[in-house]
Design a protein around this ligand. Structure first.
Ligand code: HEC
Ligand code: HEC
Ligand code: HEC
Ligand code: HEC
Ligand code: HEC
Ligand code: HEC
Length: 311
């Protein structure tokens, strides 16, 4: 009961805050928001024609008057197969802060000096109407920015590779089906595509060529890691049909990968006072709970004996 009253309080506070924000917006921004909410894309179209069409083209196909001079061509915004997997926040970031904000080429300039937040939402709303097949908001989902994501030697973005271009996870993590490790792609595998794609004007992609010239592997920082005294192997899990995301989260929506994993002191304290927090990813409770459940519900033969996971 007290919980519900508290919850209602929170809801009321959020609602009040929302109307405060609404009042604090300038009239222009308010009008812009209202029109965007109504599905009116005229203001977004005007912004597009003024600032974007010279590169992305009148119809959005990436064939504007200035497009020819770019090594990496302005994106074809009408290609729904590529655009629809990109969450709004991704587009927002690229438009406000330029291509490099998501690892793309600096040929896409930043617009934060010219466009307000509300303008940017308008133009995104307009771009969405250009896509074939049509954009459905429920498919693109939200960006996930995990805690504890390290800075990698190259800004490799899963949202672009796995989300937009939909390259299958196992094309790059090719050992997952047959071995203990999922594995990371070699420099040669990256170059299979990047000998050409982005090679001339994207500094992040230039780094791949530098590693290749020096015949060095890319020193990726490891994220998901169990302690040495445990044994985990990918093959049986993947073959049983567990999706990668069950254990790693929605990687295709993460601009940078991170994992908030392992035991946590605050959970231990909750247990001390008799509560039962859900087991954390990569903790022993997490492995064992899933094994019990899969054995009971799907006839799996997942081990529960100590020695299978500890030897
Ligand atoms: C000077 C040329 C230029 C202008 C002007 C320009 N863009 Fe771009 N834009 C590019 C290029 C080049 C890329 C491709 C970057 C890449 O793929 O590495 C791009 C990429 C993008 C992307 C990323 C799509 C994807 O495939 O991930 C979005 C969204 C975008 N532009 C929106 C806009 C909007 C909105 C405007 C106007 C406010 C605009 N652009 C103006 C050149 C331009
Ligand atoms: C199957 C083809 C393919 C493979 C393999 C591939 N990429 Fe890409 N990559 C792409 C495409 C397509 C783009 C989008 C290019 C654009 O729009 O500018 C891209 C974009 C990028 C970018 C710029 C955007 C971003 O993600 O930051 C980087 C950096 C990059 N790739 C790094 C890599 C690395 C490192 C590897 C190997 C581990 C790799 N790629 C493997 C196809 C591939
Ligand atoms: C084009 C190649 C490519 C594709 C496709 C790809 N990945 Fe990755 N993945 C990488 C690279 C390179 C890294 C290392 C850099 C990083 O962590 O972002 C990585 C890192 C990871 C990691 C973290 C590894 C660690 O150190 O613990 C996981 C988990 C992962 N990928 C899962 C996936 C899943 C799930 C998919 C499909 C939805 C996928 N990847 C698609 C190239 C790829
Ligand atoms: C049952 C849970 C589970 C599933 C399903 C799973 N992983 Fe993992 N993954 C883990 C754990 C646990 C680790 C850490 C293993 C360790 O440190 O020994 C890991 C580590 C990784 C790593 C880094 C180390 C390595 O093995 O190369 C990558 C990359 C990775 N996973 C990718 C994938 C991909 C891609 C898929 C789907 C094809 C997948 N994982 C499916 C649990 C899972
Ligand atoms: C999301 C559910 C899930 C999670 C989480 C999970 N597993 Fe499993 N695991 C399974 C299933 C299902 C099987 C059995 C597959 C079968 O019956 O073929 C299995 C099998 C195994 C096996 C037996 C491999 C073999 O060779 O037969 C080991 C070892 C194992 N898991 C270790 C772990 C460890 C260690 C963790 C935690 C880091 C973990 N698992 C997390 C579902 C899970
Ligand atoms: C399905 C795999 C699995 C099984 C079965 C399993 N463990 Fe673990 N155990 C793990 C993993 C993974 C860790 C490391 C993560 C952690 O500390 O929670 C771990 C950690 C531990 C630790 C260290 C805990 C700490 O706080 O540092 C001990 C001790 C341990 N296990 C004992 C056991 C015993 C005893 C059994 C049998 C009753 C057992 N385990 C069964 C996977 C397993």
């Amino acid at each position: 009961m007290r919980g519900r009253v508290f919850l209602l309080g929170v809801v009321a506070a959020v609602a009040a805050l929302g109307s405060l924000v609404w009042i604090a917006l300038t009239p222009a921004a308010r009008a812009a928001r209202a029109s965007a909410a109504n599905g009116d894309v005229k203001p977004g179209r005007e912004i597009y024609v003024r600032h974007c069409a010279t590169c992305h083209g009148e119809t959005g196909r990436g064939d504007g008057a200035s497009a020819a001079s770019f090594a990496t061509k302005p994106s074809d915004l009408t290609d729904g197969r590529l655009m629809n997997g990109l969450p709004d926040e991704f587009l927002h970031n690229v438009i406000m802060h330029g291509g490099p904000a998501e690892g793309l080429s600096p040929g896409m300039p930043p617009w934060s000096a010219y466009l307000s937040d509300a303008d940017t939402r308008e133009v995104i709303q307009y771009i969405r109407t250009l896509a074939t097949p049509p954009f459905r908001p429920e498919v693109s989902g939200k960006l996930v920015v995990p805690r504890r994501a390290p800075r990698q030697p190259i800004f490799f973005n899963h949202v672009i590779h796995a989300g937009s271009f939909q390259i299958p996870c196992q094309y790059c993590h090719a050992d997952a089906r047959r071995s203990e490790y999922a594995g990371l792609p070699s420099v040669e595998r990256c170059l299979g595509c990047h000998k050409i794609i982005g090679a001339q004007d994207n500094p992040e992609i230039a780094k791949i060529h530098d590693y290749a010239k020096r015949a060095q592997p890319i020193p990726w920082i490891r994220i998901f890691k169990l302690p040495e005294f445990t044994y985990f192997t990918h093959a049986p899990h993947v073959r049983f049909g567990l999706a990668c995301q069950t254990c790693h989260g929605p990687i295709e929506r993460m601009p940078v990968v991170g994992g908030d994993t392992g035991p946590r002191l605050s959970d231990d304290l909750l247990r001390l006072v008799g509560l039962r927090p859900a087991p954390r990813p990569l903790s022993m409770g997490w492995c064992v709970e899933c094994h019990r459940e899969q054995n009971a519900t799907r006839g799996a033969q997942a081990p529960l004996e100590c020695v299978t996971c500890h030897h």
